[in-house]
Design a binder for this molecule. Structure first.
Ligand code: SF4
Ligand code: SF4
Length: 325
C-alpha cells in the first residue's frame, strides 16, 4: 500500500506545548521486562493524568461539526440511562443455564459480538480493585463506509456512535442481570474505567491482536468497538479464537504505511513483561487528537473490509496446514 498522503505530519504547536515531560511509552511500560499492571494514561479522569491536558484539548477540536456534536449528544443520552437496580435476592440456577439464557437475551439486543471470560486482575488498571468473577464482552461494528472516511470527521462521528451503541448494549445486559437478583457493572468506551477491555476481549474469543494494536476479528476485522459488564452471576467462558493473525501481520505493512505519524512499530516489543505489537503513544496521540480520533489504521487493515476476513482465515489455515506437513 502507498505511504500515507498525510505525511509528513507536523503536530500543532498548541499540542506540543501541552506534552508532558514524561513519555506515554514510559507510562505504558515499553521495554520493561517485569510484569506490572497497566497505568492509566489517557481515557481516565484528565486531572489525574500526565496527558490530561491533551485529552482536554482533544475535546476542544471541531466544536462546530454537526456530525460529531450529534453523535456526542446521542451518546450522552445513552450514558444518562439509568440501569434498573438489583431486584432482590439472587436467583439460583446452573452456570450452563445462565449462560444459555444470557446468550439468548444478547441475541435480542443491538450488538454484533458477545463473549464471556474470567476477570483477570492482571488486566485491570493499577489501583483498581475489581472482585467480580466474570467479564461479559460485547462488540459493536462500525459502518465500514463511514469508518473508511478516516481521518475525516465522519469517521470520528461513527466511532462516537458505536461507543454509544456499546454502552447501551452493556446497560441492557446489566439490567437483565439485575432483574435476576445479581449485581453487574457496565464499562463502555472511550473512558477506560478500571478494566482493560482488549485482553479480556481476546480471551473470550473476539480475535487476536494486530500490528496496529487493535483486535482483529474474523468477521469484522478491526472495525468495531468494545464494552463490558463485570458480574458474579455464574457463567461459562466462551472459547478463545486463534487463526494465525501473527502470520499475516508479519508479512503485511498496510497499517504501518497508512499511519501518518509512523507510530506503528514493525516488530513486536517488550511491554510490561509481554512481547506484543505496539503503537508508539507519543507519535500517535498528536495526530489522533487533531483528526477526530484518527482510526486510519483500523479502517485500512484488510481484515476490516466487509467479507474479507473469512477469506483471509481460510488462506491462513491452508498455509498453516501446508507448513505442518
Ligand atoms: S490511530 Fe494512531 S496508530 Fe492508528 S493510524 Fe492514526 S495515528 Fe497511526
Ligand atoms: S494492516 Fe496488516 S499488519 Fe496492520 S494489523 Fe492489519 S493485517 Fe496486521
Amino acid at each position: 500500500m502507498a505511504k500515507s498522503p498525510y505525511r509528513p505530519f507536523h503536530p500543532n504547536p498548541e499540542q506540543i506545548a501541552l506534552m508532558p515531560s514524561v513519555s506515554g511509552n514510559t507510562i505504558n511500560g515499553l521495554g520493561e521486562t517485569p510484569f506490572r499492571r497497566a497505568a492509566p494514561i489517557y481515557w481516565h479522569e484528565p486531572e489525574t493524568l500526565h496527558h490530561g491536558e491533551l485529552q482536554k484539548w482533544f475535546y476542544t477540536q471541531n466544536p462546530d461539526n454537526e456530525a460529531i456534536n450529534k453523535a456526542r449528544a446521542a451518546r450522552n443520552s445513552i450514558l444518562n440511562i439509568e440501569v434498573p437496580p438489583v431486584s432482590g435476592p439472587p436467583l439460583q440456577q446452573s452456570a450452563e443455564k445462565w449462560t444459555q439464557e444470557l446468550a439468548a437475551f444478547v441475541e435480542s439486543i443491538d450488538c454484533e459480538l458477545f463473549g464471556i471470560t474470567a476477570l483477570n486482575p492482571d488486566w485491570t488498571y493499577e489501583g483498581a480493585g475489581l472482585t467480580q468473577n466474570w467479564v461479559i464482552m460485547v462488540g459493536v461494528a462500525h459502518d465500514y463506509e463511514q469508518i473508511a472516511t478516516a481521518p475525516e470527521m465522519t469517521a470520528g462521528a461513527e466511532v462516537i456512535k458505536q461507543y454509544g451503541r456499546g454502552s447501551k448494549a452493556v446497560k441492557d445486559i446489566a439490567g437483565w442481570i439485575h432483574d435476576r437478583g445479581w449485581d453487574a457493572d457496565c464499562h463502555g468506551g472511550p473512558m477506560a474505567g478500571p478494566l482493560l477491555l482488549v485482553p479480556h476481549a481476546i480471551e473470550c474469543g473476539f480475535g487476536e491482536l494486530g500490528k496496529h494494536g487493535s483486535i482483529i476479528n474474523r468477521e469484522y476485522g478491526s472495525s468495531f468497538r468494545l464494552a463490558a459488564v463485570v458480574t458474579d452471576i455464574p457463567l461459562i467462558p466462551t472459547p478463545k479464537a486463534t487463526y494465525h493473525v501473527d502470520d499475516f501481520c508479519e508479512r503485511c505493512q498496510v497499517c504501518a504505511n497508512a499511519c501518518p505519524p509512523e507510530a506503528i512499530l514493525p516488530e513486536k516489543v517488550m511491554v510490561r513483561g509481554n512481547t506484543k505489537w505496539y503503537v508508539d503513544f507519543d507519535k500517535c496521540i498528536p495526530f489522533f487528537n487533531e483528526n477526530s480520533g484518527c482510526a486510519i489504521c483500523i479502517a485500512a487493515c484488510p481484515w476490516s473490509i466487509p467479507g474479507r476476513g473469512p477469506k483471509i482465515v481460510q488462506q491462513l489455515l491452508r498455509r498453516a496446514a501446508r507448513s505442518a506437513r
